[in-house]
Write a protein that binds this ligand. Structure first.
Ligand SMILES: Cc1cc2nc3c(=O)[nH]c(=O)nc-3n(C[C@H](O)[C@H](O)[C@H](O)COP(=O)(O)OP(=O)(O)OC[C@H]3O[C@@H](n4cnc5c(N)ncnc54)[C@H](O)[C@@H]3O)c2cc1C
Length: 324
């Protein structure tokens, strides 16, 4: 079995700078293992400028920034396996690696540095209900397709989440000819930098809908539409997953949505259903707390908004009673 003094898993900026620092500190026998074809990590797909001001004193793109580390790494002649993925790391530091050129090999390391970066949460982890058509990507996957692979993931785009990567991708997709219809953000404020809101959305007239989230996804083979709901009615509410579905809280449980094959379930309270009995007469309810809005009918958004407001009043009354 091959032996190394130090194995570094991941050839992004962290892995590269760890290798450079280790070599400069006197570690001779280093092996860096990167599963991608290229070194540089995620920054290779971040082709916008804005990197490097602190470290290099000038503004660089992501690939340029990563390239600086790759250059230093190469100058030090540190061995590297690229296109090789670490599948397992045992407690006694044996790495199982697979790669096109290496095949399946095991490497015994005296020390291991983990520099594998992080992952975006996929749709499953966000628990957005609906079918699983093609056309739904994490911002990072879309970024890689457009910037590295030269592929357009779609032409009519809705972006869920207004963090910096979502904002940057709104601009990127627009520059590549797509129409970005909206950026939806569940919180009443954006998580992105003001600079990015101005330069990526406002400059391109892309609307940002705050307190808004996607509650349903349509399309079988390919994404056809998303259904969003404006939560401004309940501004300040928080969203969590409970019982496997998006659930909203405002001074405690407020309401919940869950999408099924043929309908959207809207979970409120018995009093809400009772109060809106007449307006809900055309819909199936469980006569307790749930109403079913079928997918083949337009969502009664005004009614839903009124029901949400009713729930908020219910919560306010409850909390006043508790405070008495
Ligand atoms: C989609 C996205 C966009 C971003 N945009 C920006 C931005 O605009 N501005 C900004 O400042 N920061 C941005 N970031 C954050 C920035 O990319 C990270 O801070 C930086 O890349 C972290 O460097 P890293 O080396 O820790 O991880 P990474 O750059 O992720 O590198 C990790 C490396 O490990 C490799 N790897 C993972 N698992 C294995 C394995 N089992 N075997 C072998 N190799 C493995 C990966 O292929 C990858 O090359 C973004 C991050 C993401 C995910």
């Amino acid at each position: 079995m091959k032996q190394v003094q130090l194995a570094i898993i991941g050839g992004g900026p962290a892995g590269l700078s760890a290798a450079i620092a280790a070599r400069k500190a006197g570690v001779e026998d280093i092996l860096l293992i990167e599963r991608d074809r290229e070194l540089g990590g995620i920054l290779n797909q971040c082709i916008h400028a804005g990197f490097g001001l602190h470290t290099f004193g000038r503004e660089l793109t992501g690939p340029e920034y990563a390239g600086e580390y790759v250059r230093q790494f190469r100058e030090l002649n540190i061995p590297c396996l690229s296109g090789a993925m670490v599948l397992n790391l045992s407690p006694d530091r044996v790495l199982t690696v697979t790669g096109r050129e290496t095949g399946l090999v095991q490497i015994q390391a005296q020390a291991v540095i983990l520099a594998m970066g992080c992952r975006e949460r996929p749709r499953g982890a966000l628990n957005i209900p609906g079918t699983r058509p093609a056309g739904i990507y994490s911002a990072g996957a879309a970024q890689r397709l457009v910037n590295v692979e030269g592929l357009m993931p779609g032409r009519d785009v809705v972006i869920l989440g207004s963090g910096d990567i979502g904002l940057i991708m709104a601009r990127r997709m627009t520059l590549e000819g797509a129409r970005v219809h909206a950026v939806a953000e569940v919180m009443p404020y954006s998580g992105g930098l003001k600079r990015n809101i101005v330069q990526c959305l406002e400059d391109f007239h892309i609307p940002l809908y705050l307190s808004t989230t996607v509650v349903d996804i349509h399309g079988r083979e390919r994404l056809e539409a998303v259904r969003s709901l404006v939560l401004e009615t309940a501004a300040g509410c928080s969203e969590k997953l409970a019982w496997g579905a998006p659930t909203y809280y405002l001074n405690g449980y407020l309401l919940q949505f869950a999408a099924y094959k043929k309908h959207l379930g809207f979970y409120t309270t018995p009093a809400t259903l009772e109060h809106w009995k007449e307006a809900l007469s055309g819909y199936k309810t469980n006569e307790k707390n749930t109403v079913q809005f079928p997918h083949n009918k337009e969502l009664p958004l005004d009614l839903m908004k009124e029901m949400i407001l009713f729930r908020i009043r219910e919560k306010e009354t409850e909390s006043q009673d508790t405070n008495k």
